[in-house]
Design a protein around this ligand. Structure first.
Ligand code: ADP
Ligand code: F6P
Length: 319
């Protein structure tokens, strides 16, 4: 195997650039020619390839976003587009593709594998919600960003004796909300995995006031509620006016934390070693204390739900 390609896909995550850099430099070190594909599967379908050398990936290790750019390419879920992409890769002489992205991106890589293209997926999403891996690149940076933002919001909330609603990302999973809630001492965390009625949210708030608390942080994962929905209900029911902060893209940008940048380097090294050894059609997952190449089918069977213990502990510590 000589020619390989890499792309970033789905939501950008801090550490994607560190992975691109490591794939290119370790790839060249091992004798591969490494091509970057711009804008994920969208660029692949357009044949938007660029041969990368070591200097092309200089100065990006600590930059957020992705040098290769990313995209959400809805039509890639259709078979004719996957057949077309496999044909383009063959025409370019690309012998394997490394995808950096979340579970949707991995589904795209699996689809290409079914078309006979050897692929690997490196987990990259701030949501930390992929099967097959306990860790996804970008989660630690986003977590620290959320905790930093909430600690500032807490100062004003405390000074004014108010309730603050903070909306964090996580359309399908509450990992970010739970871990951030635990780290910043949120009074309540609303996540898609644990539906809680707004009536119950108000009940908890009343209990909190009765216990002598004068301010509260309600952390809402976007997949549980829209923060303004929570605001309206509390406002109407309790005649108080919480502040609302939607952290949005603030959570996806910024320099990767040391954990994310180093995981990106180590996972990329594992990916190149796997290709060198003829191992592919795998997720490069982190399980226990090690980084492994896990066959896609097996990765799909390994699920890592939110930690019940962390979720319960948040309310114990909030009393
Ligand atoms: P993430 O990779 O962060 O989960 P998305 O779910 O948006 O982000 O997926 C990223 C891209 O992966 C999609 O825009 C699409 O191009 C591709 N993709 C998603 N689901 C599939 C699928 N079932 N089959 C093929 N490609 C898919
Ligand atoms: O990267 C994953 C994610 O951050 C989800 O938590 C969120 O729902 C989604 O991306 C939103 O991204 P976009 O605005 O790019 O559609």
């Amino acid at each position: 195997m000589k020619k390989i390609a890499i792309l970033t896909s789905g939501g950008d995550a801090p550490g994607m650039n560190a992975a691109v850099r490591a794939l290119v430099r370790k790839g060249i070190y091992e004798g591969f020619e490494v091509y970057g594909i711009h804008r994920g599967y969208e660029g692949l379908l357009k044949g938007d390839f660029q041969l990368l050398d070591r200097r092309d990936v200089g100065g990006i290790v600590n930059k957020g976003g992705t040098l290769l750019k990313t995209a959400r390419c809805i039509e890639f879920a259709e078979l004719p587009q996957q057949v077309k992409a496999a044909r383009i890769l063959r025409e370019q002489g690309i012998e394997a593709l490394v995808v950096i992205g979340g579970d949707g991106s991995m589904a795209g890589a699996m689809a290409l594998s079914k078309q006979g293209i050897p692929t690997l997926t490196i987990p990259g999403t701030i949501d930390n919600d992929m099967c097959g891996t306990e860790y996804t690149i970008g989660f630690d940076t986003a977590l620290n960003t959320v905790v930093d933002a909430v600690s500032k919001i807490r100062d004003t909330t405390t000074a004014h004796d108010r309730v603050a609603i903070v909306e964090v990302m996580g359309r399908h999973a509450g990992h970010l909300a739970v871990r951030a809630g635990l780290a910043c001492g949120a009074e309540m965390v609303l996540i898609p995995e644990k539906p809680m009625s707004l009536e119950n949210v108000c009940k908890h708030l009343r209990e909190s006031y009765a216990a002598g608390k004068t301010n509260s942080i309600i952390m809402v994962a976007e997949g549980a509620y829209h923060s303004f929905e929570v605001y309206s209900y509390i406002n109407k029911t309790m005649q108080i006016s919480p502040s609302v902060t939607v952290l949005g893209y603030l959570q996806r940008g910024g320099a990767p934390s040391a954990r994310d940048a180093s995981m990106a380097a180590l996972m990329s090294e594992r990916a190149i070693d796997a290709l060198k050894g003829g191992t592919y059609n795998c997720l490069i997952g982190f399980a226990g204390a090690s980084i492994e190449a896990i066959p896609y089918e097996e990765a799909l069977q390994r699920r890592y739900p939110i930690s019940e213990e962390e979720y319960e502990l948040i309310s114990v510590l909030a009393r």
